[in-house]
Design a binder for this molecule. Structure first.
Ligand code: MG
Length: 306
């Protein structure tokens, strides 16, 4: 299934994408505020939604007719509103490590983003006033579906609800001020994600997906999730040793080569640039860089509403 959170006719809703339309589940279920709520409710709630989807595909009308909206016209929002954790991998692609001349890490390198960074797949990315070296990173984001601690690699995939594209927007001039990368990673709007949550049953092998990123139509990143150093089961296992994983938690699995910082000379994003991040079978994010001041007052509406 493709599960979306979106704004349509002034209301935030959760829905299922079928073809070029999104069908709202919120009309009959006002407590449903994001895709994370569905995950919290567990397997039965998801299989009910699956039945609704099957009925729509079969041409039945399980929902009132007026709940469908054209996908192109809704404002898509981050599928997960307030994840407890957004865990981001650093240096998790072999080809990226080769390009950077860095050794393959023996333990996962990670940092965090906060929920303030989340924006929708078509929202503008604000360039903060102090940031000069604004960069992009296309990544496959894994969304956790079940609570778990000390999860084995063998069981790990049963804890994965699905996948999104995430652009790990980075301010390089802040990232390397100290040894802590987080300085440059969690400005408002630095994690466009979506376009929807694609449930795990739709993805045969998450380690066999092509991922690409363009800036103003120029291809900058082009790799394959098979290049990951630590696989998804290894990451789920590893992080579950450190803390309890919860439904809605996001693990962004790192980026391949081609980031602006690695170009000769380095090439950073500027206002007006359009960044398209795409992963095979998952979808694309299409975000334009906009001056932070031009977005004042809109950020709350764009990302996690209170
Ligand atoms: Mg990254």
């Amino acid at each position: 299934m493709r599960l979306a959170r979106y704004r349509w006719q002034g209301r935030e809703q959760v829905g299922i994408v079928v073809g070029d339309r999104v069908y709202s589940l919120s009309a009959r279920d006002p407590d449903l505020r994001d895709v994370g709520d569905l995950l919290e409710r567990g397997r039965e709630a998801l299989s009910e939604v699956q039945q609704v989807e099957a009925a729509i595909r079969a041409g039945e009308r399980p929902l009132p007719e007026d709940v469908a909206a054209p996908l192109e016209q809704v404002q898509l929002l981050p599928p997960i509103r307030r994840p407890e954790k957004i865990i981001c991998l650093g240096l998790n692609y072999r080809d990226h490590a080769r390009e950077a001349g860095m050794p393959i890490p023996s333990e996962p390198i990670f940092f965090a983003k906060y929920a303030n960074a989340l924006i929708g797949p078509r929202d503008p990315i604000p360039r903060p006033r102090a940031v000069v070296q604004l960069d992009y990173e296309v990544e496959l984001a894994v969304v956790i579906g079940r609570e778990g601690k000390y999860i084995s690699e063998t069981d790990a995939m049963a804890y994965v609800a699905g996948y999104m594209v995430l652009n790990d927007v980075s301010a390089r001039d802040f990232q390397f001020r100290t040894g802590q990368w987080m300085h440059g990673k969690t400005f408002d709007g630095f994690a466009p994600c979506g376009p929807v949550l694609v449930t795990a049953d739709e993805v045969d092998n998450p380690h066999a997906l092509r991922l690409r990123l363009w800036v103003n139509g120029e291809l900058r990143q082009d790799s394959h999730t098979g290049e990951m150093i630590f696989s998804i089961p290894q990451l789920v296992h590893y992080f579950s040793q450190l803390f309890t994983l919860r439904p809605g938690d996001i693990i962004s699995t790192g980026t391949p080569p081609g980031v602006g910082m690695g170009r000769r000379p380095p090439t950073y994003l500027k206002e007006g640039d359009e960044v398209v991040a795409w992963i095979e079978g998952i979808g694309e994010l299409r975000n334009r860089i906009v001056r932070e001041e031009a977005l004042r007052g809109q950020m709350g509406a764009m990302s996690a509403s209170p």
